[in-house]
Ligand binder design. Structure first.
Ligand code: SF4
Ligand code: SF4
Length: 369
């Protein structure tokens, strides 16, 4: 049955949610590594459809003030990726299948993990194939990759999450965005990333890919440092860590930890418990992480201070994106800071406190010390 790119876009416009749809032909993935190639999920795939959904700029308020964290995690991260946006992918997939073409709605997972697992049959690719949804969206002409590895769009800048659908329908591909259309290498993202995760130009070789005749490049971001910061193991951005882990200071900006190890550490702290004490009456290792994970299903602590907020500021100030019209600036006040670990002291059985603990506060009691 006839199905065109235009028909899919017109249907998307009827769904009553802000979104944009773009289409890549499978030929644009000819240089993709096997563990990220759409054909290794759906060999008959002819077209890769990307659908982007924006998130409200205002969800960063509260993090910008150091007063409220759940909004960004809920509306712009976890629920947007796992609930609101997949509704678009679901509806578009059903629409495509109504026309007699198969639609594979993809779950956005970590594409770099592919190749680490044994294939189900010799000669087959690894059994964990995941498409890089940002690269798919570049191939679908919806935007370009910023130096920060964040996907940038003409309308919303970096404020989007991305869905992907593979189909055997042969659809008209959208034109590619020329590299450098939005990202001018201002390096604001590098300067404002509190994890030191985004490399300076020249610090290490960039990631470089070719799609048709266009070459896209971006910084080889340290995902370990980013994950440590994003998930609250960086004192610079987490009053929760400083409260429940006083005196502890992971040297995040110098760390060479892997992304996976950073996740393991962060989730251990967020889900772990220990006996409650006078010093830590709640028993959870980091109380807020435990609470927000339970309520919202995720915990995004950094609030993308550099890679999204810093970048938005740059894009909006030079009117490089359509939505540059906001009355309140991205950062109306200087970034708040927390005291360094060297100024803290742990309250329980800690250095310098032992003698004090041997003294009974009751003057009538014994006098061991
Ligand atoms: S802040 Fe944005 S525009 Fe500037 S270099 Fe980083 S990604 Fe590019
Ligand atoms: S989420 Fe935070 S730590 Fe990670 S790259 Fe963005 S600004 Fe840097």
């Amino acid at each position: 049955m006839k199905l065109t790119t235009q028909m899919i876009k017109e249907f998307a416009a009827t769904l009553g949610r802000p979104c944009l749809v773009g289409v890549a032909n499978i030929e644009r993935f000819k240089d993709a590594p096997r563990q990220m190639h759409p054909s290794n999920i759906f060999p008959e795939c002819k077209s890769v459809i990307s659908v982007i959904a924006p998130f409200p700029r205002g969800t960063y308020r509260g993090i910008t003030e150091g007063t409220h964290w759940p909004n960004y995690t809920y509306y712009s991260y976890n629920r947007l990726n796992n609930l609101f946006r997949p509704r678009l992918t679901y509806a578009l997939s059903c629409f495509i299948e109504d026309h007699g073409w198969e639609a594979v709605p993809l779950y956005p997972a970590v594409p770099e993990r592919g190749g680490l697992h044994a294939p189900v049959l010799p000669g087959r690719p690894s059994r964990e194939i995941n498409i890089n949804v940002r690269i798919a969206a570049v191939a679908a002409g919806l935007g370009e990759m910023g130096w920060s590895k964040v996907f940038l769009t003409e309308k919303w800048g970096p404020r989007v999450r991305i869905g992907t659908i593979l189909t055997d329908a042969e659809l008209e591909p959208d034109p590619l965005m020329k590299p450098g259309t939005l990202c001018n290498r201002c390096m604001k993202c590098v300067r404002t990333c509190p994890g030191g995760a985004i490399p300076k130009a020249g610090e290490k070789p960039p990631v470089r890919i070719t799609i048709d005749d266009q070459v896209y490049e971006w910084g080889d971001v340290s995902m370990g440092r980013c994950t440590l910061t994003h998930h609250g193991l960086n004192r610079e951005v987490s009053p929760f860590l400083t409260k429940d882990f006083p005196t502890v200071d992971f040297k995040v900006r110098e760390s060479r930890v892997s992304e996976e190890l950073a996740y393991r550490m962060a989730y251990t702290l967020a889900t772990g418990t220990w006996v409650a004490s006078e010093e830590f009456p709640h028993g959870n290792i980091v109380d807020f992480y435990h609470q927000i994970l339970g309520h919202v299903g995720y915990f995004a602590i950094c609030g993308a201070q550099g890679c999204i907020r810093g970048c938005m500021d740059s894009l909006e100030k030079r009117h490089a994106i359509e939505q540059s019209h906001f009355a309140t600036p991205v950062a109306p006040r200087p970034q708040w800071t927390l005291p360094p670990a060297s100024q803290e002291c742990s309250a329980g059985i800690a250095e310098g406190r032992c003698a004090e603990l041997y003294r009974d506060p009751d003057p009538q009691a014994g006098k061991w010390a």
